[in-house]
Design a protein around this ligand. Structure first.
Ligand code: SF4
Length: 384
């Protein structure tokens, strides 16, 4: 199958990343570009659940995150040629497109069938579903398609807690039945467990691990609940460090007792994780003789600070996620403005920051271009 080439002039224009200005043909171009870059098929942001903690209600409204209406099968077929058959095809969201539930798409099963016809051997990974609209025949069909991995979101083994946090459509089957059919038809699935200890307590989360283990998922990815500064007070917590420690301790304890692998997120940042950044900044040190200011995310700061000292001529400073706020602490959700705030009145000659907050065309989620850093600071800026 010949892969198509996308027009770079369109991709690099600002309008390409500004959803409000996309015409239907540009939108298709955008989705083709996403497919060619990430092997992801984006089908839309539709979701029929109502989760108490859903990010959609609590993100900065001035950000460039957008709701994508359902993309019809006819359009999706025009995206297929940009997907690669030699690596897993993900069905889900990308970058600044809001997450949805694939099975809320009116044509979910025909899309899968069509993908399977076009890519008979390729692994299909269905990201982040709450299991809405899933029933026995659908799961049996998917198992027949072979080489499909389903990522299923979950919150608690306790039905009362589930009902409090996640309102599923009233026509939906109980999620426990969905789990039962997944086990019966041996459709591989991963669980994405949102751990909300300040509302549910650690005991509930511990019970949930044991409960899920009985259904034999491929693994459980457990995410400590994260929130922006726009979340209502009842959903937030203040002692992030203590909660993180308790989170890792629970994961370690349960991992020794159940057969299913558990992967916690955020992961504790080790020297290995930051090694590429350390090497890169030390390389920069050898090339540039002036004072270097290295701005790092809150998450990576302790591990990086441990291995670079001011005596190396590199000042390491933490950049806080002020735009999103809350307990968000990762590099990918920083903005150019956050970096400017962190640079403050520091004196330096070269600024080093992560390239993660900036997309292919150089824009962050606030819609600012990375060139803003050089313009405002008047210094050399390097991205690692
Ligand atoms: S399933 Fe996801 S997108 Fe849908 S309401 Fe819940 S958190 Fe939001």
């Amino acid at each position: 199958m010949a892969r198509r080439v996308l027009r770079q002039d369109i991709i690099k224009s600002r309008a390409f990343y500004d959803p409000a200005s996309l015409s239907p043909s540009e939108e298709l171009h955008y989705l083709q570009w996403v497919a060619s870059k990430t092997n992801t098929l984006v089908t839309g942001s539709k979701c029929s659940c109502q989760c108490l903690f859903c990010f959609r209600k609590y993100y900065p409204k001035e950000s460039k995150i957008f709701y994508l209406p359902e993309v019809k099968l006819g359009q999706l077929r025009r995206i297929f040629p940009y997907l690669r058959k030699d690596r897993a095809i993900r069905i889900g969201m990308f970058g600044n497109i809001m997450d949805g539930d694939f099975f809320d798409h009116d044509q979910a099963m025909p899309i899968l069938e069509s993908l399977r016809q076009r890519f008979p051997q390729t692994e299909l990974v269905i990201n982040s579903s709450r299991g809405t609209n899933l029933n026995k025949p659908a799961i049996r069909n998917m198992a027949d398609y072979k080489n499909i991995l389903l990522r299923l979101q979950f919150v608690s083994a306790n039905k009362k807690n589930r009902d409090m946090l996640v309102k599923r459509p009233s026509t939906d089957t109980e999620i426990t039945s969905v789990l039962g059919w997944l086990r019966k038809y041996q459709l591989p699935f991963e669980i994405e467990l949102v751990a909300i200890p300040h509302l549910l307590g650690w005991k509930d989360i511990e019970r949930t691990f044991f409960f899920l283990d009985d259904y034999a998922p491929v693994r459980i990815k457990v995410y400590l609940f994260s929130f922006t500064k726009y979340y209502i007070k009842e959903l937030t917590f203040s002692n992030n460090k203590k909660l993180l420690r308790e989170f890792y301790s629970l994961v370690n304890k349960v991992s020794n007792k159940i057969g299913t692998r558990i992967d916690p997120f955020p992961r504790p940042v080790s020297k290995g994780d930051v090694q590429p950044d350390l090497l890169r900044v030390k390389q920069i040190r050898r090339t540039y003789k002036g004072r270097i200011l290295f701005l790092v995310s809150q998450m990576a700061y302790p591990a990086i600070k441990k291995h670079i000292s001011d005596t190396d001529g590199i000042k390491v400073k933490m950049a806080k996620n002020l735009f999103f706020g809350g307990n968000i602490s990762v590099a990918g959700l920083l903005t150019a403005e956050d970096y400017l705030q962190a640079a403050g009145k520091e004196e330096f000659d070269v600024l080093v920051v992560s390239s993660k907050p900036f997309n292919y065309a150089g824009y962050d989620l606030k819609g600012d271009h990375k060139r803003l850093l050089k313009q405002r600071l008047g210094k050399k800026v390097l991205y690692i």
